[in-house]
Design a protein around this ligand. Structure first.
Ligand SMILES: Nc1ncnc2c1ncn2[C@@H]1O[C@H](COP(=O)(O)OP(=O)(O)OP(=O)(O)O)[C@@H](O)[C@H]1O
Length: 279
């Protein structure tokens, strides 16, 4: 069997704010092409982990290897190159309110390339379409968009530089269930069509059951377990039991089962497709 390529390798990570230790001896591996859902109680350090991986937070100790480069030791120019291979969708979208959607999407293009204006506009329009927005959304300002459209505009911007890895911080938070399900399917489609690796922080159990290949649980300042949903659900830990086997967890699992009977894709069917066939 060929060894899977690790695109994120976090080792022995420690993050501390004053006396508060958020992470201690935290390890995590993410492999190319997978969608990893990161869950954990509020304040368990999911966003701090994301920020440490993409270089927005300097850890107190440990290492982060991204696309094969040790980000604490790499030269600045190479670090910038690696960081440009990562697209990020922040929790609130973080769009510039004074720029149109198309101009927001063009911001990373302007930062990294010197391109003719017309080409930049065409690339921005392409990303807007990839994110499932109508072409006319490009001329709108963020304040003129619905919550779901803001998420898609921010997604379009995170795709601007054709990233290898997409980092999503609670992408479906604040969306209605239909909007959230549509966004989940969009992530799945983009993973398949663009070959993305996805690091996804979520509180949304439906998202875990529908699109995640593996789930990493943050608890006790570290990644307690990172495995398939079936294995994580049965992990012997109080928080995990309450999270997955509580009413919301059971409802999300049931919804995924129903979706599967309708032929829709879910984490389980994806895992079954990926599993080697036994003779
Ligand atoms: N820049 C900072 N300075 C001081 N403390 C911080 C900073 N960033 C995060 N923290 C603290 O680190 C802890 C973890 O924060 P983080 O935002 O990663 O949690 P989270 O798991 O993403 O939570 P939620 O699910 O509520 O979004 C919190 O107690 C937070 O207050």
């Amino acid at each position: 069997m060929t060894e899977r390529e690790k695109v994120i390798e976090v080792r022995n990570l420690r993050n501390q704010f004053g006396a508060q230790v958020v992470h201690d001896h935290l390890d995590l591996d993410v492999y190319r092409g997978e969608i990893v859902g990161v869950v954990g109680g509020s304040g368990s350090g999911k966003s701090v982990l994301l920020r440490s991986i993409i270089g927005l937070n300097r850890p107190a100790a440990g290492s982060v290897t991204l696309l094969g480069e040790d980000m604490m030791r790499v030269a600045d120019a190479r670090r910038a190159q690696i960081e440009s291979r990562c697209g990020v969708l922040f929790q609130n979208g973080a769009l510039f309110s004074s720029l149109t959607v198309a101009d927001n999407v063009a911001v990373p293009l302007r930062e990294h390339y010197r391109l003719p204006l017309a080409l930049m506009q065409r690339l921005a329009n392409l990303k807007i379409a990839l994110a499932g927005l109508p072409a006319e959304a490009g001329a709108k300002f963020p304040s003129e968009l619905s919550g779901g459209m803001v998420k898609r505009a921010a997604l379009a911007r995170s795709l601007a530089l054709d990233p290898d890895i997409l980092f999503l911080d609670e992408p479906t938070a604040g969306l209605d269930p239909i909007g959230a399900a549509a966004f989940d399917q969009l992530i799945l489609t983009l993973r398949e069509s663009l070959g993305l690796t996805v690091f996804l922080i979520t509180h949304d159990l439906d998202t875990l059951y529908t699109i995640c290949d593996r789930v990493a649980v943050l608890s006790q300042k570290r990644v307690l377990v990172a495995d398939t949903l079936a294995r994580v659900e049965n992990y012997d830990d109080t928080w995990i039991r309450e999270y997955f086997q509580g009413p919301r967890g059971r409802a999300a699992e049931a919804a995924a089962e129903i979706a599967a009977t309708r032929g829709e894709r879910t984490s389980k069917s994806i895992a079954a497709e990926a599993a080697p066939t036994k003779n």
